[in-house]
Each structure stands twice: as C-alpha cells, then as structure tokens.
Design a protein around this ligand. Structure first.
Ligand code: DGY
Length: 316
C-alpha cells in the first residue's frame, strides 16, 4: 500500500496506526483538526486521499465524500455503518467494508454483563464494599437474572449470540425483527411494544436505520414498565434519550444498562445519581482480541482493494 493516502477520522488503535504506517500508507489524521476545520482539512489534502478509515462515531458523511474526489474505499473500524453515507458511496462507486463477526461474542458478553450488573447492582455493591459501609449496615437485596424473560430487538448475528447466552441462564427468549427469518425456538412479536410487554429485559441489538431511530420510545418504555430493564448495545439514537431519562428518574422503568448514547461522548447527567443504571462508554467490542481482529480486517480490506483482490468483508 505504498504511498496510499488514508484519512483516519478518529484516534486509531496503536496497532492499526503502526501497521498502516509500516505498510507504506500516508496517514491524514482528521481527529487532530478542530471539528470546525475538518472539511477544510479534507479539501486541502484531497489530491492525496484514496481511502478513509472511519469508526462508529465518525465515518464518511456526504460532505466528506464530496470533498474527496479520489476516494476509492471506506474501510470502517466497526460493524455498524450508520455514519457512512452508503447511497452516496454506491453512486460514486466507492467500496465500503466493515468488521462483522469478529466482535459478536464480545458485544453479546457485554449485553449479558450489563443486564446482570443492573439487576444484581454490581457497581453499587462494589462501592459499598470499598467505602467501608459493609461494616455499618446490611446490603439491599437485588433481583435475579436467571430465568427472566429476555426480549431481543434485532435477531441478527449479535442478537442471536445474546439469545444463546441468555438460554444458558434458563431465560425464555422472544424477539422482534423486521428482516430476519422466523426462529424455531424463540417467540416472535410483531411490534416492539408487544415484545416489551412480554419480557423482563429488553435488549436493543438491531442496526440503526431511519426505521429503527427512536424505536425505544415512551410507549415501549411504558410497556416494559417499572420492573423492566432496558439494555442498549446497539446505537444511542435507537432510544429517545430524554424519554428514557424521565422514565428512570420517575421510576417508570426498572433499570437500564447502556453502552451507547444519543450524542456520544455526552452522557445525561441525571443518570449519574441512579443506582439502577449502569453506564459504559461504547466499549462492547473493546477487548484486545476483538479490536486487534477488527484492525486486521480493516488492513486486509485496504490491502485487497489496492491489490485489486476480492474484499474480505464488502458491504458496497
Ligand atoms: C461497531 O462496531 O459498530 C460497534 O459499535 C463497536 O464500535
């Protein structure tokens, strides 16, 4: 990939940066430019940029693509491509790749981990043990996870991996999905409200599209109810965040485990005081094993493209 110009939108994994450099790429570090000057940065370097490496927060929007006439490929360091303007890429003949499969297990592990953390109040128990409060009083009882009804929004690769894990905890599984084939062992509900009304833990695991934006709205939250737990390992905009915050503050929802937020890295401050909420900073795929595998897919896709070989994980 000698002298290939790669626009990197975000601070990458050191391994990815080292490998791109070792393979001869010229890196254009977009994240180092102030936000207001990023388009100008693209235009200034447009003659040299043939590839974009983006991620789940900063991909390739229409304006960035328009600023780069030599762009040939967007290799996203993510499975989700909601930050890439796919129609525009198709129209321009720009190839797009993502990082499917390699992150499925870690994301599913975190979904279950969040549900157990919320229900067994692991973060508050940890605070209690560290603070010395144990010596003074009794710890409040929590809620069992095993055997609870798990509803999954989106039964794709990640949704299925979550279901498989939840089955090991004897949880009956139900789901809502617009595109996946009927599942022989899991109960299907034809609307998110019906799903929420019939589960104890609702897990968001679908892709973000215009149809699934705010799929978790007031009606779904109310259907889940004061004992229900919402887990979001999808995308922040799947949830109407002000409605979620209001329901948690008012006790209309039992709890939430959130890996993603509507305006990352902003986290609504009202949530900080709540013991029934577990917040993590979009880290579902952040293990050494997965992030290294994701980097290898990005590198493999770029290399394949510039050597005119078949892409490893093409989307467009
Ligand atoms: C993805 O790959 O889309 C996940 O959100 C991890 O970044």
């Amino acid at each position: 990939m000698d002298k290939i110009g790669v626009l990197v939108t975000h601070k990458p994994l050191p391994y990815l940066e080292q490998e791109l450099t070792r393979r001869g790429c010229r890196l254009f570090r977009l994240w180092e430019s102030p936000e207001s000057r990023r388009l100008e940065f693209c235009r200034q370097n447009a003659a040299d940029i043939q590839a974009i490496v983006g991620n789940s927060n900063y991909g390739a929007d229409a304006a960035t693509i328009d600023a780069l006439p030599k762009l040939e490929i967007v290799a996203s360091f993510s499975v989700g491509l909601d930050k890439v303007d796919l129609p525009k890429c198709k129209e321009r003949g720009i190839r797009v790749t993502n990082t499917p499969d390699v992150l499925t297990d870690d994301v599913a592990d975190l979904a279950i981990g969040l549900a157990i953390s919320v229900m067994r109040r692991i973060p508050s128990a940890d605070k209690y043990a560290r603070s010395g409060a144990w010596k003074k009083g009794e710890y409040t009882l929590t809620t069992r996870f095993s055997g609870k009804r798990v509803g999954i929004l989106g039964l794709g690769r990640i949704g299925l991996a979550i279901a498989k894990r939840a089955e090991a905890f004897d949880c009956p599984i139900s789901y809502y999905s617009r595109s996946e084939k009927p599942h022989p062992n899991y109960t299907y509900y034809s609307t998110p409200i019906d799903l929420a009304s019939n589960c104890d833990i609702l897990v968001v695991a679908c892709a973000l599209t215009e149809e699934t934006r705010h799929i978790i709205n007031r009606a779904v939250i109310d259907a889940l109810g004061p004992k229900g737990v919402l887990i979001n390992i999808g995308r922040g905009p799947h949830v109407d965040e002000p409605e979620l915050v209001a329901a948690l503050v008012e006790g209309r929802l039992g709890g939430a485990g959130l890996d993603v937020f509507e305006n990352e890295p902003h986290v609504p401050e009202e949530l900080f005081a709540l013991d029934n909420v577990v917040l993590v900073p979009h880290v579902a795929s952040a293990t050494i094993e997965t992030r290294t595998a994701m980097a290898d897919l990005v590198l493999g896709n770029l290399e394949a493209h510039f050597l005119k070989k078949p892409l490893l994980t093409p989307v467009v």
